[in-house]
Ligand binder design. Sequence first.
Ligand SMILES: Nc1ncnc2c1ncn2[C@@H]1O[C@H](COP(=O)(O)OP(=O)(O)O)[C@@H](O)[C@H]1O
Ligand SMILES: CC(=O)OP(=O)(O)O
Ligand SMILES: [Mg+2]
Length: 360
Amino acid sequence: MTGRVLVLNCGSSSVKYRLFDDGETLAKGIAERVTDHEAALRDILAQLDLTGLVAVGHRVVHGGTRFSAPSLVDDELISVVRDLIPLAPLHNPANLTGIEVARKLLPEVPQVAVFDTAFHRTMPPAAATYALDYEVAERFGIHRYGFHGTSHAYVSRRTGELLGKPEANVITLHLGNGASACAVRAGRSVTTSMGFTPLPGLVMGTRSGDIDPAVVFHLVRVGGMGLDEVDELLNQRSGLKGLSGVNDMRDVLSRVAAGDERAQLAFDVYCTRIKSYVGAYYAQLGALDAITFTAGVGENAPVVRAASLAGLERLGIEVDPVRNAAGETVISPDGADIAVLVVPTEEELEIATQTLAAVS
Ligand SMILES: Nc1ncnc2c1ncn2[C@@H]1O[C@H](COP(=O)(O)OP(=O)(O)O)[C@@H](O)[C@H]1O
Ligand SMILES: CC(=O)OP(=O)(O)O
Ligand SMILES: [Mg+2]
């Protein structure tokens, strides 16, 4: 990787940035609790030495069917990303602000969008299709897109390298604020737990993950809620926060330690959901080489890793308690059928690499 690249990851309430020069990190940081993204970005850009900047790479969460690879930002890309806002309401608006501000402040520098959805475009129709009225689904573009693709791609590739088996079949568990599981066969996504939007699948900080969709009808018809209210309930007031009152796993764990029953329930629901997906994706892959934990919770919470895989010895899945507590890379015992790993995700590095490839 050669050249100076700035990566921007604009989230709903934070801006993460990282400046690379020939693959080395020159500067990085995060502005949290951001309400004015433009002001935050102006502050960040003012502090950085951007001489010789070759490109700016942006994380963009939803690229729909139009984008399956990193792409140069132009007016068409911006309008597609804007049209996809209803499908990623917490993410695409912030991503767009990042693009628009960077374009304004660095008009001479090429901008590249790297999409969370891109890695999952290889999913076979059997995994990507919802069993809805076919014509309705087609007319509205309703199918499984999947997200966190940059992370699942990086972490599964890194797992293959660490095992000395580049064609490994891996289940990757990205457990951050948002959380998703992915089944990867020899470097390609074959199914993933997020869907049309980043709402379904695993339990998240504030998002429900999987629920019966009829709950929505019930809350509207019987509960008298408006659709926007239900949207807000499922995206912002559910998950760990809905069950325990706090969205940060660190706070959930300290409440569990203090004997809080709701926090214990939140923890149990969270880990049970992960286990269900591990079983399902093991079946989808047929042969499994490794399970890899990543992102804030996956990298830092040994109790979550242990509970999520507890009782799966008959499937060849085992976590060594000493290795797990010590935070080693491989946390399964020697000779286990299936390796269990902890691999820190490197979304920004991956975005920088793909950005440089797109402009050169
Ligand atoms: N030491 C820790 N123990 C448990 N959970 C942690 C720890 N450190 C971070 N986390 C969890 O990681 C989450 C953030 O993960 P991260 O991957 O940074 O998310 P995002 O990129 O989506 O903001 C926090 O909400 C917190 O719950
Ligand atoms: C797609 C998604 O959920 O992203 P994040 O985890 O950054 O919220
Ligand atoms: Mg993240």
